[in-house]
Write a protein that binds this ligand. Structure first.
Ligand code: FES
Ligand SMILES: [Fe+2]
Length: 338
């Protein structure tokens, strides 16, 4: 098996580079109609606002006139007005009103594509998105109910945090799981890769024996990665699947800021709503299980995949997949094609 050599890796876990892809900015609820907020995202100062039409826009933060931060300004219609001299940029970032001039000169604010899905606002770090926003494969065509948890930080790269979910052996060593996971790889497309466990719970373990009636075949455990910064976990007995999205972004200091999003299919009616709420609560417990236990490693790890082995096959597939994707440089957001 050819294994990725460190010298060939130009994107995976690198401090100044990420695979190009939708990157979470805020929870949707954190930006209400008429609200404006500033954010440093992938090394770039941004301003985001939600216009009167409910649509979120993102642009470079500093006003082209004299450089005031536009987060000090206010939403005006679907555009934004700078606090300093009241210049107004329309929904597309085009300057359309300068109060002290009869006619606004031609000025274009650098805007960036924005999407909203699964309770989060996503920004595309480039001119034109080439993918749809992250999704949960089993719920791709469904109307979803979500619960977005508060932001967390980890002192490692988002790629490193994400591989935890497909690191088969640490489930035994760290989490004492009574199953020997084997994650089969499916490359869905250029930026999406799925890993699904093919093994059943161990016959010899009491907990595994208790779990067995819940599974007709392998223990359901799947991970779907989007652009190396977001992963959707699906886990649970045959009758009921829990879905948790981990949306991560790389910070200037090489650490990760992330949101955990609990996701379930939206059910209607009084009973349906109660079931939805109960499922989200149960998903939260499952999510805690996944989030616990590894923090100690993330605090101190200096990721260096110096001795990859056959047993790390899923991680190697993931690294290779990321290496084939277009990447962007932090701060500049210039596209580097693989
Ligand atoms: S700095 Fe924004 S209008 Fe002058
Ligand atoms: Fe873990």
């Amino acid at each position: 098996m050819t294994i990725v050599s460190n010298s060939q890796v130009r994107t995976f876990a690198k401090a100044d580079r990420v695979a190009e892809g939708w990157t979470w900015a805020f929870a949707s609820k954190e930006l209400k109609v008429g609200q404006v907020r500033g954010l440093r995202l992938l090394g770039r100062e941004l301003v985001l606002w939600r216009g009167e039409d409910g649509v979120v826009r993102a642009a470079d933060a500093h006003c082209p006139h004299m450089g005031a931060h536009l987060k000090e300004g206010r939403v005006d219609g679907n555009g934004i007005r700078c606090f300093f001299h009241d210049w107004r940029y329309d929904a597309d970032g085009r300057l359309d009103d300068v109060p002290c001039l009869k006619r606004a000169p031609y000025v274009q604010l650098q805007t960036w594509p924005v999407a909203e899905s699964l309770g989060l606002i996503w920004v595309w770090p480039g001119e034109e998105p080439t993918r749809k926003p992250p999704y949960v494969p089993e719920l791709e065509d469904d109307d979803c109910a979500v619960h977005v948890l508060p932001m967390f930080t980890e002192r490692c790269h988002p790629n490193v945090m994400l591989i935890n979910a497909i690191d088969e052996h640490h489930f035994n060593s760290v989490h004492s799981l009574p199953v020997d996971l084997y994650m089969d790889t499916t490359v869905v497309d250029e930026t999406t890769i799925r890993f699904a466990n093919r093994n059943a719970p161990r016959e010899t373990h009491p907990l595994a024996r208790a779990l067995q009636p819940l599974y007709s075949g392998p223990l359901t455990y799947e991970m779907c990665y989007h652009s190396g910064n977001t992963g959707a976990v699906t886990v649970g007995p045959d009758a009921i699947h829990f879905h948790i999205l981990f949306a991560l972004r790389l910070c200037d200091d090489g650490s990760t800021e992330g949101r955990r999003v609990l996701v379930t299919r939206k059910r209607t009616g009084v009973r349906g709503k109660a079931a939805t709420a109960a499922l989200l609560a149960a998903t939260n417990i499952v999510g805690d299980y996944f989030a616990d236990g590894d923090s100690k490693v993330f605090e101190t790890i200096r990721f260096d995949f110096a001795v990859p082995t056959k047993a790390d096959h899923a991680i190697i597939d993931f690294v290779r997949h990321i290496e084939k994707q277009p990447a962007v440089t932090l701060g500049e957001w210039t596209r580097v094609v693989a």
